[in-house]
Design a binder for this molecule. Structure first.
Ligand code: NAI
Ligand code: 15L
Length: 272
């Protein structure tokens, strides 16, 4: 257990933010919360829109004195490009700028499987997808996560801010689709992974996949394990029920072809 450290949690009102508000304090972290909407039960949370220059002063104040940032805020599904641009691309840039000015040394960035969503899912006997696989975003949303990863690399090379970019699979209390049997990250494992990402030494900019130790895993967790992440959960107990309800993955179905699932066939929305 590390000494208590203050961590800014952006996106604190969202699904994952709410789960992490419950779990990260057990690792000794004192959380400062930020979201563009009020965070229920947390009157001290900072309400600021990362994409809005008018909220810059609030953002500066939010990052002041924290030891690290867990950056979850943003649009979490496909959306019109101009909305993605503001929240995810400009918002992440503004956060890194505030971090640089405040001298913060460590960020954990919530990237996504959708940064590599068009990567074919491994079939029986295929090797796991390596972390070095090229970006293949499946949506403007996925593209914004590619940008976030590259921004993290830039701020490491230029300014020495370390980041662990976690390409999260599907982090929900339970897997709810057959695809999620491969990508599921249990909330408990998410907290273990974020803790490892906050405490590992010398990460520079490291990209990891974020999922539990699923029997049907599609991707290689070795860079996450190298940080000290030891997943404890496996989606397999949910497999029989989900497959009975939804059927097995179908090689002929384009929604089942890539890591990104149905995001690969979701119409992109341009410009709004
Ligand atoms: P969510 O949509 O439930 O929560 C996102 C939060 O960010 C919301 O509370 C929203 O108000 C806030 N937000 C959006 N734009 C903002 C802005 N401009 N300024 C400040 N706050 C803003 O999403 P969820 O599921 O909690 O995901 C959290 C992060 O993890 C997102 O970045 C998402 O892309 C990423 N992720 C999540 C996965 C999952 O399975 N839950 C999978 C892969 C990535
Ligand atoms: C994501 O990136 C989304 O934020 C989340 O809501 C899920 O759709 C997840 O990917 C997924 O692919 O299941």
């Amino acid at each position: 257990m590390p000494a208590a450290r203050t961590v800014l949690l952006t996106g604190a009102a969202g699904g994952l933010g709410t789960l992490m508000r419950g779990l990260l304090p057990d690792y000794g972290y004192a959380l400062r919360l930020l979201d563009m909407v009020p965070v229920e039960g947390a009157p001290d949370a900072v309400t600021a829109d990362l994409g809005d220059p008018a909220d810059e002063a609030a953002l500066r104040e939010a990052v002041r004195g924290v030891d690290a940032i867990v950056h979850l805020a943003g649009i979490s599904l496909e959306a019109p490009f101009d909305r993605i641009l503001r929240a995810n691309i400009e918002g992440t840039y503004r956060l890194y700028e505030a971090a640089r000015e405040a001298g913060i040394r460590r960020v954990v960035f919530a990237s996504s499987n959708h940064a590599v969503g068009f990567t074919p899912r491994p079939r029986d006997g295929d090797p796991l997808v390596p972390v070095g696989t090229p970006h293949r975003p499946d949506t403007f949303y996925g593209l914004s996560k590619c940008f976030g990863e590259d921004l993290a690399q830039l701020y490491w090379d230029r300014h020495g801010i370390e980041t662990v970019s976690v390409r999260i699979g599907s982090c929900f209390p339970e897997p709810t689709s057959v695809r999620m049997l491969s990508l599921w990250l249990s909330p408990g494992d998410a907290a273990r992974l974020f803790h490892a990402a906050l405490t590992a030494e010398g990460v520079g900019h490291t990209v990891v996949y974020g999922s539990s130790a699923n029997t049907r895993l599609w991707w290689d967790l070795s860079s996450a394990r190298a940080l000290g992440y030891e997943p404890r959960d496996d989606s397999e107990p949910y497999a029989r029920k989900l497959i009975a309800e939804q059927g097995a993955l179908d090689d002929a179905n384009p929604d089942h072809a890539g890591l990104g699932g149905h995001f690969c066939t979701t119409p992109t929305m341009w410009p709004h």
